[in-house]
Design a protein. Structure first.
Lengths: 100, 169, 368
C-alpha cells in the first residue's frame, strides 16, 4: 500500500495545474475543464482521506461532488452556448460589457 | 510492496502529463480527450484506494456524461481553435511561476509533515462496498441527498430554459 | 500473487475474446441467412457448405481493401476511433457469468472473468464510454455528414442510457445486490422477467438504441447522412466498426439474459454444471434472433420521433417502473411475504397501458 500522503501530494499537484489552467487559458470551455480538474483533485484527496481513516464519509462526499459537478456542467455549458450566440466568441477577454 | 509503488508512480505520471496536455493543447477537442484520459486514470487511483463504487461512478458521470457534453459543445460551436490570444504578455509567465510555487509548497509541506498523518486504519475489509455507501446516503446524509436531487432538478430546468429556441419565447 | 489464478484469468479472458470474435464472424452469417429467409431468398451459400466459410471470405476481402485516410482528417484520432469503439464492446462482458463454478484439475473455476460487487455499475460505465469512438470517428473525418452522424448517434445513446440505467434498477432492487452472479443466483426459482415485464421491455428497446440497431440505426441512415459516422472509413477500419456493433449485440443479449431470463440457470444445472453455458448460449441466440427479426420487420424511425420516444415515453415509463418496483419490494419486506412481489407486474403493466394510452398520438403520427 502506497502511503496516503503520496495521493494527497498528487491531488495538490493536480489542483495547482487546474488553477494554472484557469489563469493562462482564455477559452471559456478550457477554463471550465480546468475547473473540473480542480474538483477532481479535491475528490482524490477526499477518497484518499476516506481510505486513511477507514471511513466512508469521504466517499459519500465525492458522490455529492460528482452530482453537483454534473449540475454545474449542464447549466454552465448552456450559458457558454448562449454567450457564443450573442458574442460569436467564447474568449473571456471579449466579455467586457460590464466594464463601466 | 514495490509493485504498488510502480503502479502508483506510473498512474501519477499519466495523470499529471494528461493534465498538462489538457492545459497546453491548441485544439480544444484534444484538451477534452486529455481530460477524459486524466479522469479515467483517477478512477484507477480510486480503485487502488479501495473505492470501486466511486471509481465506476467517476467513469459513468465524468467520462461518460460530462465530457461528452463538453465534446458536443466544442464540436457544435466549432470552437476548437479559438481563444489563443493573450493580451497582457506578463500574465502567462506570472501564472506559471505562481503555479510552480504552489506545487512546490504543497509537496514540501506534505512531505515534511508526513509523520503527522494518523496511521492507516487497516479495518477496511469491505470499504467502498455499494451497500454501505447506500446506507450512509439514506441515513446520515439523507438531507444532503435530497438537496442534491433538488439541485439536479433545478439544473435540468435551467439548462432547458437557457438552451430553448427563440421561437418558443 | 498466485500464478495459477493469474494463468486462469488470462486463459478465461482469451477464451472470452476469441468466443466474441468468432461469435461476431458467425453472427454476420446468421443475420444474412436469416434476413434472406425473411425476404424469401436463400442468402449466402457459395463459400463452403451452406455458406459456412462466408465470414472467412469476407474477412479476406476486407483485409485486402484499400484504406483511405481523408487528406483533411485528424489522422491520429481517425485511426484511434475504431479502436476506441471496439475495446468497450470486448470488455463489457467481463462481469457476466456464463455458468456455475466447475471443478477442473482440482481447482474450482468460476465461469466468469470477475465477479465485481459493482458489476451492474461496471456495465453502465463501459456502456457510457462506448459513445466516444463514434463521436470521434465522425468529428475526425472532417466531413459534415460524418460529424452530424456521430453527434446524432451519441445523443441517441446518451438519451437511451437513462432508460437503460433505470431498467437495471429492477433486478438490482429485487436482488439487493449489484453483483451479476448474485442476480443470477436470485433467479434460481423464478426469472425476473415475470416480476419485471415492463422493465425487460424497456431494457430491450433501449439496448436496441444503444447498439444502433434497426429501427434505431440513425447513424447509418444512408438517405440523409450517406452512412453517417463511418462514411470516410474503409477496409479494416470499417470492419472494426462493424465488429463493434455485432459484438455489442452479443453483449447486450448476454446481459439481458443475465438480468431478466435467469442467466445460465435451467433444469439440472446444479447436477451437471456444464449445462449452464449451453443454456446461456441458447438464450443468447434466441435474443439475437429477435434482434434480426426486428431489423427485418420494422422501418427506421425519424430522428426527432426517436428522441421524443426516448425522453417522453421510455424515460417516464422507466421512472414509473423503478418506483413501482421499489414499492412492491418494500411491501414484500414490510409484510414478510414474497407474494407481494406479484404486485409489481400488475401495477407496472397497468402503468404501461396508461402511458401507452396517453401517448398514443404523439409517436405514431400527428404533430407533437
Amino acid at each position: 500500500m502506497v502511503p496516503i500522503y503520496y495521493y494527497i501530494a498528487l491531488s495538490a499537484v493536480l489542483f495547482a495545474l487546474g488553477a494554472l489552467g484557469v489563469l493562462i487559458r482564455r477559452n471559456a470551455i478550457i477554463i471550465f475543464m480546468a475547473i473540473e480538474l480542480m474538483l477532481n483533485a479535491a475528490n482524490l484527496a477526499l477518497v484518499a482521506f476516506a481510505r486513511l481513516h477507514g471511513e466512508l464519509s469521504g466517499q459519500v462526499f465525492v458522490f455529492f461532488v460528482m452530482a453537483v459537478a454534473a449540475a454545474e456542467v449542464a447549466v454552465g455549458l448552456a450559458l457558454i452556448v448562449k454567450i457564443f450566440e450573442t458574442k460569436q466568441s467564447i474568449d473571456i477577454d471579449q466579455l467586457n460589457l460590464m466594464k463601466g | 510492496m514495490s509493485v504498488d509503488y510502480v503502479l502508483f508512480g506510473g498512474l501519477a505520471l499519466v495523470t499529471i502529463l494528461s493534465a498538462l496536455g489538457m492545459l497546453f493543447s491548441r485544439n480544444a477537442v484534444y484538451s477534452a480527450l486529455y481530460l477524459i484520459f486524466n479522469f479515467s486514470t483517477i478512477a484507477v487511483l480510486y480503485l487502488m484506494l479501495s473505492a470501486p463504487f466511486i471509481a465506476l461512478a467517476q467513469i459513468t458521470v465524468y467520462a461518460g456524461a460530462i465530457m461528452v457534453l463538453f465534446l458536443f459543445v466544442i464540436m457544435l460551436l466549432g470552437a476548437e481553435q479559438r481563444g489563443q490570444a493573450v493580451r497582457t504578455w506578463w500574465m502567462q509567465p506570472l501564472a506559471l511561476g505562481l503555479a510552480g510555487i504552489l506545487i512546490f509548497e504543497a509537496i514540501y509541506l506534505i512531505f515534511t509533515h508526513r509523520t503527522s498523518f494518523p496511521p492507516l486504519r487497516q479495518a477496511v475489509g469491505d470499504l467502498g462496498n455499494p451497500l454501505q455507501i447506500g446506507e450512509q446516503l439514506f441515513s446520515n446524509y439523507l438531507l444532503a441527498f435530497e438537496a442534491v436531487a433538488l439541485l439536479l432538478l433545478v439544473a435540468v430546468i435551467g439548462a432547458i430554459f437557457l438552451s430553448r429556441g427563440r421561437k418558443l419565447r | 500473487m498466485d500464478w495459477a489464478s493469474l494463468a486462469e484469468w488470462t486463459l478465461k479472458s482469451f477464451a472470452l475474446i476469441f468466443a466474441l470474435l468468432g461469435g461476431f464472424a458467425y453472427l454476420t452469417l446468421f443475420e444474412r441467412k436469416l434476413i434472406a429467409r425473411f425476404q424469401v431468398r436463400i442468402g449466402p451459400n457459395r463459400a463452403g457448405p451452406f455458406g459456412l466459410l462466408q465470414p472467412v471470405a469476407d474477412g479476406i476481402k476486407l483485409i485486402f481493401k484499400e484504406e483511405l485516410i481523408p487528406a483533411q482528417a485528424d489522422k491520429i484520432i481517425f485511426i484511434l476511433a475504431p479502436i476506441i469503439t471496439v475495446v468497450p464492446a470486448l470488455v463489457i462482458m467481463a462481469v457476466v457469468p456464463f455458468g456455475p463454478p466447475i471443478q477442473l484439475f482440482g481447482r474450482t473455476i468460476s465461469l466468469q472473468i470477475i465477479d465485481l460487487n459493482v458489476g451492474v455499475l461496471y456495465i453502465m460505465a463501459i456502456a457510457s464510454v462506448s459513445v466516444y469512438g463514434i463521436v470521434l470517428a465522425g468529428w475526425s473525418s472532417n466531413n459534415k455528414y460524418a460529424t452530424l452522424g456521430g453527434i446524432r448517434s451519441s445523443a441517441q445513446m446518451i438519451s437511451y442510457e437513462l432508460a437503460l440505467g433505470l431498467a437495471f434498477t429492477g433486478p438490482v432492487l429485487l436482488t439487493s445486490s449489484l453483483s451479476l452472479a448474485e442476480i443470477v443466483e436470485a433467479q434460481r426459482h423464478i426469472w425476473f422477467v415475470l416480476y419485471q415485464p415492463v422493465g425487460a421491455f424497456i431494457f430491450w428497446i433501449s439496448t436496441l438504441a444503444e447498439v444502433n440497431r434497426a429501427p434505431f440505426d440513425m447513424p447509418e441512415a444512408e438517405q440523409e447522412l450517406t452512412a453517417g459516422y463511418h462514411t470516410e472509413y474503409s477496409g479494416m477500419k470499417f470492419a472494426l466498426f462493424f465488429m463493434a456493433e455485432y459484438i455489442k449485440m452479443i453483449a447486450v443479449s448476454a446481459i439481458a439474459v443475465t438480468l431478466f431470463f435467469g442467466g445460465y440457470r435451467g433444469p439440472f444445472v446444479d447436477q451437471v454444471p456444464l449445462l449452464g453455458p449451453i443454456y446461456f448460449l441458447l438464450k443468447v441466440v434466441g435474443f439475437l434472433f429477435l434482434m434480426v427479426w426486428v431489423r427485418a420487420t420494422l422501418p427506421r424511425i425519424r430522428y426527432d420521433r426517436l428522441m421524443a420516444f426516448g425522453w417522453k415515453v421510455l424515460f417516464s415509463l422507466a421512472l414509473g417502473n423503478a418506483m413501482l418496483t421499489a414499492l412492491g419490494v418494500l411491501l414484500a419486506d414490510m409484510f414478510q411475504n414474497s407474494l407481494w412481489l406479484w404486485s409489481i407486474p400488475v401495477t407496472t403493466i397497468a402503468f404501461f397501458l396508461l402511458v401507452a394510452y396517453l401517448m398514443r398520438g404523439s409517436i405514431a403520427g400527428g404533430n407533437r
